[in-house]
Each structure stands twice: as structure tokens, then as C-alpha cells.
Design a protein around this ligand. Structure first.
Ligand SMILES: Nc1ncnc2c1ncn2[C@@H]1O[C@H](COP(=O)(O)OP(=O)(O)OP(=O)(O)O)[C@@H](O)[C@H]1O
Ligand SMILES: [Mg+2]
Length: 296
């Protein structure tokens, strides 16, 4: 039986990656941008009742990178949809910028969405297939008050956004999203965020469809964006090792509840909940020799 410290050693090769959180910053002193008290969502389908999110409490601060970690079905996407205002909570309260969130009208919702944006698991579902890439980017410029800019200024903004994510605008212009690779599409999503500059970015497994190399690049870009704009990033993932590399704070979700939360170091190096300990012990032990004798 391994001790907690030994178990953690297997995921602690953080120094070898170029990205990573500034472990010393205390975000609890930063202003609150999104918080929740007893946020709950219950689904009723036929005779079945599912408590997908069960009385969760959270405080997300300006500039903080938060990971919400949990296995499939733990309620991560349901919570994300409530945070985005796409799904009504069945109970509890969400506050935005220190005040109770009010998205009761279409106009208030649109205002809220200027402050919170998302990138999703499946980039293919995130674009209107009939819109050319130029239109995708132009929409972002128009949404952020750039309607009156000259053609040249708009072109410069689009070029800048593309080069931020290592794409060449000249190669994308006049193309449709389906003509891009999965990795290019993911990057285009980040280029949109670069233009929109929301206060909060919610990323639901944004790297699940791409290879490990592009994955590191995408994460690097997200972190660069956070550092340059001070946006809060909420990262949703199954991967506790990845959450540890990149996060300031971690919330561990099991069956709709947060069973553990706190600074990433605390959560991973000194886990208290049995579920967190199990997630950590499931991280592949890449530094240990493989025992192939057990493979049938
Ligand atoms: N629209 C819905 N109607 C009924 N039940 C739902 C609905 N959406 C989600 N659920 C249920 O709520 C629970 C949480 O689902 P959710 O999609 O939030 O999990 P998740 O953590 O995002 O999973 P994954 O990692 O697979 O994406 C599951 O039991 C799911 O079946
Ligand atoms: Mg999900």
C-alpha cells in the first residue's frame, strides 16, 4: 500500500512542463467573479429522478484558473451549463461579480454572455457550418464594439487573433470551419476568445479531440491568454494530473457533489477525500517499470 506522498510523486513531474500555475499567488484576495451557494440541478425523466448537481458551493476569483475534476456522469457539464446560464438551477443561488446573477430577460442574458464565454469538447458543434471563418471572427469584432472599424482595422484584428494561436489568417480566409482540422478548429475557438476577451472562460474538456502535442500547445495558449488578460478560467476535465499541472484551485466532483476543494497543491499533495485519493492513484505511473506479466 502506497502512502499519499508516494502516490503523488507519480503525478509530480510538473517542473518538466513549460506551463504551470504560479503556486504562490493567493487568489482568495482577488475580487469574486462567480460564486455559488447550494447550487442544485435535478432532472426528472419518466419515473427517474437524477440529482445531477447537488448543493455545490464555490468561489471563483479574478484571474484564477480553476479545474473541476470528476468522472463521467459526475455532473460537470450540467454545472457548466448552469454557470453559462443555459440551464436553470433547480435550487441555490449563483452570484456574478459579487451580486446575485440576474439573467431573467434576453437582454440581460446577452449582457452576461459578454462576460462569460465557453469552449466545448467538440469543436465541430461550436460553429455554424454555413459561416465562413472570416464571419466567425468578424462576429466577435462586431460583438465587442468594433462594428465601426475600417476594413483594414478589422483585417488587422483578425490577423492578430490568428497569429496569437499560430494560425495564418491568409490561409483561412474564405474557408468554412469544416475545411479545418480538429486542432485548427480548437485554435480558432481560442482566437475567438482572444477577440471577445470575456472576464470568464469556461473550457469543457477542450483538448479531448486532439493529439498530445497540440493539446500542450492549446493549454499553453489558454494560459497565455489568462496571463495577458487576467481572465478567470474554469477548466472541466477527467484528468486530475492535468488539473494539477495547470490549476490554482481544484474542485473534485463526485455524484453531483464537491467532495474536496482548495488550492491545487493542497488537494493533490494532501488529499482528504477517499475519492480524490482514488483519482490520484489512477494516474498512469509513467516513472515506474511496467509489469507486463499481468497482461493476458
Ligand atoms: N438533460 C438531461 N436529462 C436527464 N438527465 C440528465 C440530463 N443531462 C444530464 N443528465 C444526467 O445527469 C448526470 C450528470 O451528467 P453530466 O453530463 O453533467 O456529467 P459529466 O460529468 O459532464 O459527464 P462526462 O464526463 O461524461 O461529460 C448524469 O447521470 C446524466 O445522465
Ligand atoms: Mg460532460
Amino acid at each position: 500500500m502506497k502512502t499519499d506522498e508516494e502516490r503523488v510523486e507519480t503525478v509530480d513531474n510538473r517542473e518538466s512542463v513549460t506551463f504551470g500555475a504560479d503556486r504562490n499567488k493567493d487568489f482568495s484576495k482577488e475580487p469574486l467573479c462567480l460564486s455559488g451557494r447550494d447550487v442544485t440541478r435535478i432532472f426528472h425523466t419518466g419515473k427517474t429522478t437524477t440529482v445531477a448537481v447537488d448543493h455545490v458551493n464555490f468561489d471563483f476569483h479574478k484571474g484564477e484558473l480553476i479545474s473541476i475534476v470528476g468522472e463521467s456522469g459526475s455532473g460537470k457539464t450540467t454545472l457548466s451549463k448552469m454557470l453559462l446560464g443555459l440551464l436553470e438551477p433547480s435550487g441555490g443561488e449563483i452570484s456574478y461579480m459579487g451580486k446575485p446573477r440576474d439573467i431573467s430577460s434576453g437582454a440581460k442574458k446577452r449582457e452576461y454572455w459578454k462576460g462569460i464565454q465557453a469552449i466545448f469538447q467538440d469543436p465541430f458543434s461550436s460553429y455554424n457550418v454555413f459561416h465562413k471563418i472570416d464571419d466567425v471572427l468578424l462576429d466577435c469584432i462586431n460583438m465587442t464594439g468594433g462594428k465601426g472599424l475600417s476594413k483594414e482595422e478589422k483585417f488587422n484584428k483578425m490577423t492578430e487573433a490568428c497569429s496569437f494561436v499560430n494560425l495564418k489568417f491568409a490561409e483561412l480566409t474564405n474557408k468554412y470551419p469544416f475545411e479545418l482540422s480538429g486542432g485548427q478548429m480548437q485554435r480558432l475557438m481560442i482566437a475567438r476568445i482572444f477577440l471577445l476577451k470575456p472576464s470568464i472562460l469556461l473550457a469543457d474538456e477542450p483538448t479531448s479531440m486532439i493529439d498530445a502535442c497540440s493539446r500542450a500547445t492549446i493549454l499553453d495558449m489558454l494560459l497565455k491568454l489568462r496571463d495577458e488578460t487576467g481572465m478567470t478560467v474554469i477548466f472541466i476535465t477527467h484528468d486530475i494530473g492535468l488539473a494539477y499541472y495547470i490549476s490554482d484551485s481544484i474542485y473534485i466532483m463526485e455524484h453531483g457533489k464537491f467532495v474536496e476543494s482548495g488550492p491545487a497543491n493542497e488537494c493533490i499533495l494532501h488529499p482528504k477525500a477517499a475519492y480524490t485519493k482514488r483519482l490520484i492513484s489512477d494516474v498512469p505511473k509513467i516513472h515506474e517499470p511496467w509489469d507486463l506479466s499481468t497482461v493476458g
